[in-house]
Design a protein around this ligand. Structure first.
Ligand SMILES: *Cc1c(COP(=O)(O)O)cnc(C)c1O
Length: 377
């Protein structure tokens, strides 16, 4: 059979597709810098849209990558042996408890593929990290989405949403786009009487930003007594390796084994593995950046307050700014001035933008651009 290009072909292929994926609205990432330069004829564009570390990885990481590049003809170590040893020592877990992923995003997918059958339920907040809903829908799960209260999790309502069909509950700790985390006490109440057979997936992409907070839960300690906890972390955020794609999950060895069964054998590149090792060894470099970003977040929030806009700041490297007009319009106006931020209408929050904290000069450029955009009625 032959069919030409055009609408009919699309209809035909759609009728052939996995029916679960037809429900997915494709993920729209922050616009890349080069696209904005081209589209608006701009020379200088900054991106404060994807919660990246604006300073990049440690120079020691770059050196390790250059060294390893000579062996790119070889497949990577599919078990991530050295990194596995290193992290298992650091976190006092056994090596079999670790699952590595192409970004921690992949560990979300692995957990879903390992545990969810068509018709099973997955509980998450709304709005929450978009990968939870996209990946859950793809495996045929029914989403139970529990609205945030303010910008915070309503954990009692999320516990109520758990049924006999629930396989996984996703908790962004802290979450994105909200930037908030449930407190240690809230989590402990949530887990009290929680069914042992339902997995609780703590997504800790911003762990390094939050871990010094007094009321931040130690989820790895919870894992010692519970087999139904998964803790995911990443090298994409503070470690500045978003482009290399490496993250990991820590779970009970039984859960990790099941997740590893659906993992592709060489899902983490050799460059990512050596980069992650080198990053872990240069903690001084990352501590300096954490401090700098904290200071900058305070400064930006103060300046926004003086502009008269409402701002929500957690402890991460991004903030939520309430804007007086539709966030799509504000985002476009900022983009025309060479500043890419995230308009939160994609999460149903039409009056908010999400802004990543960048270098001082970048934050200055954002503040100036926003001031100008708000002045124009
Ligand atoms: C950035 C982010 C991740 C992970 O991204 P990877 O690059 O895939 O490691 C996971 N969860 C949240 C909430 C994030 O913001």
């Amino acid at each position: 059979m032959s069919f030409g290009p055009g609408a009919w072909c699309l209809v035909f292929m759609k009728s052939r597709a996995n029916k679960n994926i037809l429900k997915i609205k494709p993920y729209v990432p922050g616009k890349p810098i080069e696209d904005v330069k081209r589209d608006f004829g701009l020379k200088n564009v900054i991106k404060l849209a994807s919660n990246e570390n604006p300073y990049g990885p440690s120079p020691k990481v770059l050196k390790a990558i250059a060294q390893e590049a000579k062996s790119l003809n070889r497949y990577p170590d599919g078990s991530c042996f050295l990194l596995r040893q290193e992290l298992s020592k650091r976190f006092k877990v056994s090596p079999e408890q670790l699952v590595f992923g192409c970004g921690s995003d992949e560990t979300i997918v692995l957990a879903l593929r390992a545990f969810v059958n068509e018709g099973d339920e997955v509980v998450m907040a709304k709005p929450s990290f978009l990968v939870y809903s996209i990946a859950s829908t793809a495996v045929g799960a029914t989403l139970r989405e529990v609205p945030l209260k303010g910008l915070r999790y309503d954990l009692p309502a999320m516990k109520q949403a758990v049924s006999s069909k629930t396989k996984i509950v996703f908790i962004g700790n802290p979450d994105n786009p909200s930037g908030q985390y449930p407190t240690k006490i809230e989590i402990s109440e949530f887990l009290n009487g929680f069914p042992d057979e339902v997995l609780v997936f703590f997504d800790e992409a911003y762990f390094e930003f939050a871990s010094s907070q007094k009321d931040y839960a130690d989820t790895l300690a919870l894992l010692k007594t519970r087999k139904n906890i998964i803790v995911a972390r990443t090298f994409s955020k503070i470690y500045g390796l978003a482009g290399l794609r490496i993250g990991y999950a820590i779970a009970s060895s039984e859960v990790a084994d099941l997740m590893n069964r659906v993992r592709e054998p060489f899902n983490v590149t050799s460059l990512a593995q050596v980069a992650a090792m080198a990053a872990l060894k240069d903690s001084a470099y990352y501590k300096r950046i954490l401090k700098e970003l904290d200071r900058e977040r305070e400064r930006v929030c103060k300046a926004l307050g003086e502009l008269g806009v409402e701002v929500s700041q957690g402890c991460t490297n991004f903030i939520q700014v309430k804007v007086p007009r539709d966030s799509r319009e504000i985002a476009l106006a900022l983009m025309k001035k060479g500043v890419i931020i995230r308009d939160m209408s994609v999460w149903g929050l039409e009056n908010y933008i999400r802004v990543t904290i960048g270098r001082p000069t970048e934050n200055g450029k954002f503040l100036k651009a926003l001031r100008e955009v708000l002045q124009k009625a």
